[in-house]
Design a protein around this ligand. Structure first.
Ligand code: SF4
Length: 167
């Protein structure tokens, strides 16, 4: 199984707490006005990398957690679900996932919702220019939520929404 990616950053601190391996995938159809990265919209951009290769990169850094970003990872949800499942089964790493879909949209979609049991924190919803706030932590506009899907030991980041675990 393959994922089309634009970039792979190791030891970044921009996409969640602590050091993280961030996988930026290609393709997004949300087309939010003011998107910080419109070059990521092309579903044919970047290059294809196998889930196995990505897993090796993730496992190579013993201490870094993982972030899925884009583009929007949920347009390649089957492959990202496979990657997330294997990260959880083979490492103790925490996974953050950015998406332009809302949590409620994901929950009501049988295919997309299959990734949720493997995600610790979902950063959800489209970027809305009118709600842009540079003081927000790890997100661009105030409609976007940091949804903790699993119990978190670290101190909650301001704006965090906790949901009852459903798994
Ligand atoms: S969901 Fe993210 S990547 Fe997609 S258009 Fe909106 S801001 Fe850009």
């Amino acid at each position: 199984m393959k994922i089309r990616i634009l970039d792979l950053l190791e030891e970044t601190m921009a996409d969640g707490p602590g050091f993280r391996t961030s996988i930026y995938c290609a393709g997004c159809a949300h087309h939010c006005p003011g998107c910080h990265n419109p070059q990521s919209w092309d579903f044919h951009g970047g290059r294809e990398v196998s889930v196995d290769e990505l897993l090796e990169v993730v496992k190579a850094d013993e201490f870094a957690d993982v972030t899925f970003s884009g583009g929007d990872p949920l347009y390649q949800v089957e492959a990202f679900t496979e990657l997330a499942r294997r990260i959880k089964e083979e490492t103790g790493k925490n996974i953050w996932c950015y998406t332009g879909f809302t949590y409620e949209e994901i929950l009501s979609d049988p295919k997309m919702s299959r990734i949720l049991p493997y995600i610790d924190t979902l950063v959800d919803g489209p970027f809305i220019q009118e709600l842009r706030d540079p003081d927000l932590h790890f997100r661009g506009s105030s409609n976007q939520r940091l949804i903790h899907l699993t119990p978190q030991e670290e101190e909650a980041i301001p704006g965090t929404v906790f949901v009852t675990p459903f798994k």
